[in-house]
Ligand binder design. Structure first.
Ligand code: MN
Ligand code: MN
Length: 274
């Protein structure tokens, strides 16, 4: 008994010492696709768990590998204004470079949120957290402001209609087209400009015990969009793909907390918009 108590304290203080949030673990309900850990030696795959989202940060590319978050009526529909307080993420290890918002200025790329500000409108602090630079990638303006934004709005409509969502979003490849043309890196610290931006949206009706309610009929939308200025010539649903395809391209394993047989069905599903 004593040992168990010591163990629980140990686990608890591990979280405290990294300034991580236990409640933030809800965002990893479906799994940790790259087995990210919060350890300085894991600099290419460093886990950050926040109240608003969880992510794997890459200290080489200076952008997240993926960001995961839960969104339901508990997170949106308040009157919190867009914080706009883009800032360095000081929770990264001491000797790592922390990207400043100014490094994106005059780059031709937007500071593109992975977990959107609009998905966190219930509490000021939670909205503010989405403006940490570890939640950003250099995103082509026509992607961020048009096609990607419309996809984000589609997701919030699903929530308004009585669903809760588990979302993963991230970037792959190098080189994108911004408003001043093509670039592989931006800023004095060489922030990688991704070639593609992807998103996985799993949607279930509002309820409890989410994992148990996921079955072969669960709705899943998987998107892979080029990070360029012509992406907006087509609607977001033109860019549908499968989780299987994203697993192949990223090397990650998504949805690991779902039973293998259901995982197989959902991961080969391709969304078709009615
Ligand atoms: Mn955006
Ligand atoms: Mn999988």
């Amino acid at each position: 008994m004593k040992q168990i108590t010591y163990f629980l304290f140990f686990v608890f203080f591990q979280f405290l010492s990294f300034g991580q949030s236990i409640s933030g673990l809800v965002h990893l309900t479906l799994g940790n696709p790259s087995k990210a850990i919060t350890n300085v030696t894991s600099s290419g795959n460093y886990l950050l768990v926040k109240e608003s989202y969880a992510l794997s940060y890459n200290n080489a590319s200076k952008i997240p590998n993926w960001v995961a978050w839960h969104v339901s009526k508990d997170w949106i529909g308040g009157d919190v204004k867009r914080s706009n307080n883009f800032r360095k993420d000081e929770t990264l290890p001491d000797n790592w470079i922390k990207i400043a918002p100014s490094e994106y200025e005059d780059s031709g790329f937007d500071r593109g949120h992975m977990c959107p500000s609009g998905d966190r409108t219930k509490e000021k602090e939670l909205n503010s957290e989405t403006f940490l630079m570890t939640n950003m990638i250099p995103q082509a303006p026509n992607n961020n402001r048009v096609t990607w934004r419309l996809l984000e709005e589609y997701c919030r409509n699903l929530v308004d209609q009585g669903n809760e969502l588990y979302i993963y979003s991230g970037a792959i490849g190098i080189g994108g087209e911004g408003s001043y043309g093509y670039a592989n890196y931006i800023g004095k610290d060489s922030i990688l400009v991704p070639h593609y931006i992807w998103k996985i949206i799993l949607s279930i009706p509002d309820g409890e015990n989410d994992i148990q309610r996921i079955n072969n009929n669960t709705s899943i939308i998987t998107i892979l969009m080029p990070n360029n200025q012509t992406v907006n010539e087509r609607p977001w649903w033109y860019y549908t793909t499968t989780v299987d395809e994203l697993e192949k391209r990223t090397g990650y394993d998504f949805l690991t907390n779902i039973s293998f047989s259901i995982q197989e069905v959902l991961e080969s599903k391709k969304f078709e918009k009615e």
